[in-house]
Structures are given as C-alpha cells and as structure tokens.
Design a protein around this ligand. Structure first.
Ligand SMILES: *Cc1c(COP(=O)(O)O)cnc(C)c1O
Length: 222
C-alpha cells in the first residue's frame, strides 16, 4: 500500500469528516507524497518539527498542532498555525490570544476535553468547561476563536468503553452549541486516531487525526 492509496481509501470511508494526516516523526518526503495525493491538512505534535516542516513544504498546507502545547512555544506557531487542537487550560488560551494579537491574527482552537479513564491525558473536564462557558472569560480573548472540542479516548481494546468516551465528548459538544456566538463557533469535533476512528465517527466526530494508517508505523528513535 502507498501513502496515496491509503489516503484515497480513508477519504472514501470518512465521507464529509475532515482528515488530518498526522505526520510526526515522518520525513518531509512522506508529506510531499501525501500532498501530491491532494492532502492539505497535516497534524504535528512537536513545535520545532512542525516549524521546520512548514518552512520546507508548500504554503497552502493547513498545519494542525495536535500535541501538548507549552505556553512558551506558542509564539513559534502563531504566525501561521491553522488550528490548535490540544488547548487544555485558560492560561494557554490567554497566551495564544496574546501571540495571535502580535501577529494581527485570530487563531482557531479546540478545547481538549478529558474523556479517558487514564491519568496521563490532559484536558478540561465537564465541570471546567461549564465554568468557562458560564463566565465572560472567553469573550475577553478577541484573538482566539474556539471552534470545538478535541478528545482522546482510552487506549484499550474495550470498544464499548471507547465508544462511551466519544459519546461523552459528543454530548459536551452538543452542550457547547447552546453558547454559540462571538468567538465561540463550535463546528469541529476532533476525535479518533488509527485505532479508533470508526468508533469516533459513529459517535459524531467530524475530524479525525490519522497517522500510522497513512504513513505506516512510527519508530520512536527520535
Ligand atoms: C500520534 C497522534 C495521532 C495519530 O495516531 P495514529 O495512531 O498514528 O493514527 C492522533 N492524535 C494525537 C493527539 C496523536 O498524538
């Protein structure tokens, strides 16, 4: 299987959902192959790697940052990033707002929601999210636009549990619609990776982040 045929097969399966090709650890040549196949949305987890690749690849690529973002690195992404998926605190939103203002931009973000029963996953929980929605604190940040939610389900073979986690994410996304307006424009629900995207789509996710199914397994020697 080639990168091109992997993308074609996925596109068939995804229908109208947006495919983010997760290219972390993969060489520029692999991204070029995906680009030649028509792929324009790419996701990366490491700021330096994303910045390096952005400089070497066509400028109509939409770069998605999907990793855990540290406040002190926002400035490197702010000039061009398309969507930041993993926003897990108000403090980080404030920093994105500040750096977006410096670049005369409005940066689209997804709030990461904690759905997995694992201690290692970052994000807002339902109560944090509700508190943020009930406050004026989002409206204060005129250079960010919250475009939806992102979640990572538990890494488990228990598909009922994974589905239940994505359902919980979809319910929060539905709640978010009641607060739509201003800089809260919740259109994207980002959930699902190679192992669980079918379950994510079934629960209503409309954006999936897929790496190994497109590019093959990663080796973690970096
Ligand atoms: C690496 C990664 C993916 C893609 O994982 P695959 O299993 O290779 O599809 C998706 N989302 C996030 C947040 C990731 O870190």
């Amino acid at each position: 299987m080639s990168i091109k045929s992997n993308i074609a097969a996925l596109k068939q399966e995804l229908g109208s959902a947006t495919l983010i090709a997760v290219s972390k650890t993969k060489p520029v040549e692999a991204l070029e192959e995906a680009y030649a196949a028509g792929q324009r949305d790419f996701g990366e987890n490491y700021v330096q790697e994303l910045v390096d690749k952005q400089a070497r690849l066509p400028h109509d690529i939409r770069w998605h940052f999907i990793g855990h973002l540290q406040s002190n690195k926002v400035k490197y992404l702010a000039p061009f990033v398309h969507l930041i998926h993993g926003v897990d605190s108000y403090k980080l939103l404030q920093e994105i707002n500040k750096q977006a203002a410096k670049n005369a931009r409005v940066i689209d973000c997804l709030l990461q929601v904690y759905i997995a029963q694992e201690q290692t996953k970052f994000g807002f929980d339902a109560a944090d999210l509700q508190a943020l929605l009930n406050s004026q604190r989002l409206a204060d940040l005129q250079h960010v636009r919250v475009r939806g939610l992102m979640g990572m389900a538990s890494n488990t073979a228990d598909t009922a549990r994974v589905s239940a986690e994505f359902r919980q994410l979809a319910e929060l996304f539905a709640t978010l619609q009641n607060y739509r307006g201003g800089n809260l424009q919740p259109d994207y629900l980002s959930g699902g990776m190679s192992a669980d995207y079918a379950l994510a789509l079934a629960e209503g996710c409309n954006m999936v982040r897929i790496g190994s199914t497109i590019f093959g397994e990663r080796n973690y020697t970096r």
